[in-house]
Design a protein around this ligand. Structure first.
Ligand code: ATP
Length: 305
C-alpha cells in the first residue's frame, strides 16, 4: 500500500487547560475521500487547523505528501486547497473578481479562473455580484478559490453546512467529480453521517477529541470489529459504574439491561468476569452487528441531529 497522503500521529491540543485533542491519529490514503465524522464540538475544526498549520499541536507529528509539516510547511501548503467554514468572500465583487483577487496572490495564470468556474459550475453566474449568490453558490465559489492552484489535496470543513437539499446534492456530486476526474484526495469533515456515507471511501470518527474509529467505510458498516453488547441483569446500578470504570461508553440502559459498543470478543469476557467477580447476577449476554448509523450514534451518543 502506498504511503498515506496525510499521516498524523498522537496529536494533542489544548485550549488553555481544556484538552481539545487527545492522541489523534489520522491516515488519509492517496486517492481517497476521507470522511472525518463527529458531532459538534468533537474537534474536527481544531484538527483541520492543525493540519493547515494554523494551530500547533502540543505533541505529535504530521507528515503530508511524505514530508514533515514542521520542516516543509510552504511546499506542503502549496499543494493543499482548503475550504474552511465561512470562506472570506467580498460580497460587493462578482465571483470572477473574487477569484481574480486570489489568483493574483497565488500567482496563477489567468486562464485557470475559467477552468475552476467550469469545474464548480459557476460559469453562467461568474459576473454576478456575490451578494446575489445563494449559500450553495458561495460555497462553490469558495471551492473554486481553493482549486485555483490545482492542489493535490483538498481539505473541506463541513462543506454542506447550511445548504438546502439541492445545494447539498450539488456539493456532493462536485466532491465525487473532483476525486474521480481530477485526481484530488479529499479530506472532508461533517457532523452528518448521511453525507459521509454517500461520498466517503474511508472514514474516521472523532468524539470529544478522540478518534473512535478509522478505516474503510465498509469495515464500519459490516460491524466486523464493533458490535453492540446487551447485558441483561437483575440490577444495573452497580454494573453501570463498574463498566464505565473500565472505560466503556454506555449507549443505553435501564434497571434490567445495559447496552454498549464493544470492539472484540475479549471485551465480552472482561466485562463478564468483572461483573461475576462483583457478585452481580447476569441473565443474558447478547451481541448484535450494527449498521453505520447505530455504530456512530452509539459511539458518540451525542449527535445533534
Ligand atoms: P463544530 O462543527 O461545532 O465546529 P468541531 O468538531 O469542529 O465542531 P472544534 O471547533 O474543533 O469542534 O472544537 C473542539 C472543542 O474545542 C470544543 O469543545 C470547543 O468548544 C472547543 N474550542 C474550540 N475553539 C475554542 C477556543 N478558541 N477556545 C476554547 N475552546 C475552544
Amino acid at each position: 500500500m502506498s504511503q498515506p497522503i496525510i499521516q498524523a500521529k498522537n496529536l494533542d491540543f489544548y485550549f488553555k487547560d481544556f484538552k481539545a485533542l487527545d492522541q489523534v491519529n489520522i491516515n488519509v490514503p492517496q486517492g481517497s475521500i476521507y470522511g472525518f465524522l463527529g458531532p459538534n464540538g468533537a474537534g474536527k475544526t481544531t484538527t483541520i487547523r492543525i493540519l493547515l498549520d494554523l494551530f500547533r499541536a502540543s505533541t505529535g507529528e504530521i507528515s503530508v505528501f511524505g514530508k514533515s509539516l514542521k520542516t516543509d510547511r510552504d511546499e506542503i501548503l502549496g499543494r493543499v486547497g482548503a475550504l474552511i467554514e465561512n470562506p472570506s468572500i467580498y460580497k460587493h465583487l462578482s465571483g470572477r473578481q473574487n477569484l481574480e483577487v486570489v489568483r493574483r496572490m497565488a500567482g496563477v495564470g489567468k486562464r485557470r479562473i475559467d477552468d475552476v468556474l467550469e469545474i464548480v459550475r459557476l460559469k453562467d453566474n461568474a459576473d454576478k455580484k456575490v451578494k446575489n449568490y445563494s449559500l450553495g453558490m458561495c460555497q462553490r465559489l469558495g471551492l473554486a478559490s481553493a482549486l485555483l492552484t490545482d492542489p493535490d489535496l483538498l481539505i473541506l470543513d463541513e462543506p454542506t453546512n447550511g445548504l438546502d437539499p439541492s445545494g447539498i446534492i450539488e456539493m456532493r456530486e462536485l466532491i465525487k467529480t473532483l476525486n474521480k476526474d481530477h485526481d484530488k484526495t479529499i479530506f472532508l469533515s461533517s457532523h452528518l453521517l448521511s453525507e459521509i456515507e454517500k461520498v466517503a471511501t474511508d472514514v474516521a470518527i472523532i468524539d470529544q477529541g478522540k478518534i473512535l474509529y478509522e478505516g474503510k467505510l465498509e469495515g464500519l458498516k459490516s460491524g466486523n470489529d464493533i458490535q453492540e453488547l446487551r447485558i441483561e441483569l437483575n440490577d444495573s446500578t452497580k454494573a453501570l459504574a463498574l463498566i464505565q470504570g473500565m472505560n466503556f461508553t454506555i449507549s443505553d440502559s435501564n434497571t434490567h439491561y445495559i447496552e454498549l459498543p464493544i470492539e472484540s470478543r475479549e471485551d465480552i469476557a472482561r466485562i463478564n468476569k468483572a461483573l461475576v467477580e462483583e457478585g452481580i447476577d447476569i441473565y443474558q449476554l447478547k451481541t448484535s452487528s450494527e449498521n453505520l448509523e447505530s455504530v456512530f450514534l452509539n459511539l458518540t451518543n451525542r449527535l445533534d441531529q
